[in-house]
Design a protein around this ligand. Structure first.
Ligand SMILES: Cc1cc2nc3c(=O)[nH]c(=O)nc-3n(C[C@H](O)[C@H](O)[C@H](O)COP(=O)(O)OP(=O)(O)OC[C@H]3O[C@@H](n4cnc5c(N)ncnc54)[C@H](O)[C@@H]3O)c2cc1C
Length: 337
């Protein structure tokens, strides 16, 4: 095991703050992962599993071992005339994997083009965009169960997938994902109903959409609307859309008729967190080199803060303002360390 000491984490997470880790290692095999976990246990060190660091905010030094998952490989396990099953290493870059599928016209993941991060982290948050959740295409997840101390395969039905959630998020630190099994289609059901995708396809004169034309539209939309973390460090949407009861909704809509909210069940509504933030005046606001992106208020950008604590404080001020104005508590959608 190649162990590095006192490593600056700046290059390993997309908020690019200057926090340090006491120990760092990269693992490319199951054996190396077990060796790293054993080392942490024997040396009384906590450990943290890291993918691309695009959903993490470090607010202080990590006193322990950071284990970066670098398992790679895309393997075709089954293929029929209509579909295929692929096993993909957890360390593969998500957007590269999606491009690989799109180039072969294998459908299912095209709406999730260009989302940053690794394949192994995708099931954790059940990544979603433009009307698709990744769970719709996951057959099972291979992981090391740190509780039972054995390798397990968790079928989709047992992953408890929901909006930005899964068993991997609920049982924090229990499972370390080594690979994910995806089912893709050669005759995909294309999802073009999302407004922005529809507009781009229309503007481009696409009347008969394909996996490729949808991926290209999504890449175009994302490139124009999301800040590139390499230029403007960020971790995507910082907050989740909050859920409220119908009674709360009825009271809020009376007071704020333009409230953006959607019914989820008979008694539950999901509010657009972006609308709440804009209504509180956060769009484009920058304080102490941390701010809300001008085109996407939910994205908090690090404009030069060296420590993650400033970003955390900024996000807490947002949460408080929403609570005061609307009585609604918005939750952070990223991992705070
Ligand atoms: C510009 C931008 C746009 C984004 N847009 C979207 C979007 O449209 N939709 C969306 O859903 N998300 C979006 N995100 C969020 C982010 O891309 C995803 O959450 C992504 O899946 C994180 O992957 P990662 O490898 O960077 O995870 P990391 O940040 O490295 O880790 C995230 C969490 O998963 C754990 N983890 C990582 N890998 C493993 C593993 N192999 N086994 C066990 N635990 C692990 C970590 O310990 C941590 O708790 C965006 C982020 C950015 C920066």
């Amino acid at each position: 095991m190649k162990l590095q000491k006192n490593i600056a984490l700046k290059q390993y997470h997309s908020f690019a703050c200057e926090e340090m880790a006491s120990f760092f290692t990269s693992v490319t095999s199951k054996e190396a992962l077990i060796e790293a976990i054993d080392w942490a246990f024997n040396n009384n060190q906590p450990y943290l599993i890291l993918g691309s660091g695009t959903n993490i905010l470090f607010t202080k030094q990590f006193n322990g071992l950071v284990i970066k998952i670098d398992f790679t490989g895309i393997q075709k396990l089954q293929e029929t005339a209509s579909e295929l099953i692929l096993q993909v290493g957890a360390g593969e870059i998500w957007s590269h994997f999606v491009s690989y599928c799109v180039q072969k016209s294998w459908g299912g993941l095209e709406n999730l083009s260009l989302i940053p991060g690794t394949v192994g982290a995708a099931p954790i948050n059940n990544i979603s965009a433009y009307g698709i959740e990744v769970s719709e295409h996951i057959v099972s997840v291979d992981a090391y169960d740190t509780l039972k101390k054995k390798w397990v395969t968790i079928p989709n039905i047992e992953c408890a997938f929901g909006y930005k959630s899964s068993i991997f998020k609920k049982e924090v630190n229990r499972f370390i994902i080594s690979s994910v099994l995806f089912k893709l289609s050669k005759q995909p059901f294309l999802r073009t109903d999302y407004g922005a995708i529809k507009s781009v396809l229309h503007a481009r004169g696409v009347t008969n959409p394909s996996v490729e034309s949808i991926a290209s539209a999504v890449i175009y939309i994302r490139s124009n609307h999301w800040p590139d973390p390499k230029k403007l460090p960020n971790a995507g949407s910082f907050f989740k859309n909050p859920m409220i009861t119908k009674n709360q909704y009825d009271a809020l809509i009376q007071q704020f008729p333009s409230l953006m909210a959607y019914p989820i069940t008979d008694n539950t509504y999901k509010i657009a967190a972006g609308w709440l933030l804009e209504a509180c005046g956060w769009k484009g606001i920058i304080k102490d080199q941390v701010g809300c992106f001008k085109d996407k208020v939910l994205v908090i950008v690090n404009f030069g803060a060296t420590n993650g604590k400033s970003i955390l404080d900024f996000s807490d001020a947002i949460i408080e303002s929403v609570k005061v104005k609307f009585g609604v508590v918005i939750e952070k959608g990223i991992n705070i360390l």
